[in-house]
Design a protein around this ligand. Structure first.
Ligand SMILES: Cc1cc2nc3c(=O)[nH]c(=O)nc-3n(C[C@H](O)[C@H](O)[C@H](O)COP(=O)(O)O)c2cc1C
Length: 179
C-alpha cells in the first residue's frame, strides 16, 4: 500500500510549554519524519503561498484573523498523482483548536473518497482540536482512521517517538490502535 504523508508545520517562533521558543524544525514535521522512517512514504508539505511570519506575535495576529474569518490561504504547491495513494497520513499543528487554514485549502481541493486518512496532530494541550472532525466533514467518502495527538514539547522524547512509531505501524498494518 502506497502512503503519502501530508503535513503542515511551522518552524520559527512557536508556543511550547507556556512560552515562546524558536523551533529550528517544526514539531509536526518531526512527527511526519518518524512516520516516514517507520512505515515509509513520501512527504508532502502544505505551505501557504504567502509564508507565515517567524515572529510569534505576527503569526498569532495573522492566524487569528484567518481563523475568525474562516480564510483559506492559497497554497505554494500541490502534489500530483494522489490517485496512486491508498493511505494519507495528514499532519497538522493544533492552531486555534483546529487545523491551520492551508490544511483546509488542501482538503477542500481534492476528492479523497475511498481513501484512508490517518490524522496526526501536535499541540500544547488541546489534543486534536476540531481538526479530526473537520477532516471527516470535508472528506466525504474517505475513511478517517483513529488519529494520534502528540504534545509538541515532548516530540524529542523517546517515549513519544515510540508511541508515534507504534501508531503508524498499526495504521499501516490495517489495525489502528487509536490514541
Ligand atoms: C498560532 C498558534 C495557535 C495555536 N493554537 C493552539 C491551540 O488552540 N491549542 C493547542 O493545544 N496548541 C496551540 N498551539 C500550539 C501548537 O499546536 C504546538 O506548538 C505545535 O506543536 C506546533 O507544531 P509545529 O511546530 O509543527 O507548527 C498554537 C500555536 C500557534 C503558533
Amino acid at each position: 500500500m502506497a502512503n503519502l504523508i501530508v503535513y503542515f508545520s511551522h518552524a520559527g517562533q512557536n508556543w511550547v510549554n507556556g512560552q515562546v521558543v524558536t523551533l529550528e524544525k517544526g514539531n509536526t514535521l518531526r512527527a511526519a519524519e518518524i512516520i516516514r522512517d517507520t512505515v515509509g512514504g513520501e512527504l508532502f508539505e502544505v505551505r501557504a503561498k504567502e509564508p507565515y511570519p517567524a515572529d510569534y506575535q505576527a503569526l498569532v495576529a495573522r492566524t487569528k484573523e484567518e481563523f475568525e474569518k474562516g480564510l483559506r490561504p492559497e497554497l505554494a504547491a500541490w502534489p500530483d498523482g494522489l490517485e496512486k495513494y491508498d493511505l494519507l497520513f495528514i499532519g497538522y499543528p493544533n492552531w486555534w483548536n483546529t487545523m491551520p487554514g492551508p490544511m483546509f485549502t488542501f482538503l477542500n481541493r481534492y476528492d479523497l473518497a475511498g481513501k484512508k486518512l490517518a490524522p496526526f496532530c501536535t499541540n500544547e494541550g488541546g489534543s486534536m482540536g476540531m481538526g479530526e472532525r473537520e477532516m471527516s466533514r470535508l472528506c466525504r467518502g474517505a475513511e478517517v482512521l483513529p488519529g494520534i495527538a502528540v504534545h509538541g514539547a515532548d516530540i524529542g522524547t523517546e517515549k513519544e517517538q515510540s508511541r508515534i512509531a507504534a501508531w503508524a505501524r498499526s495504521i499501516a498494518e490495517g489495525a489502528p490502535t487509536g490514541k
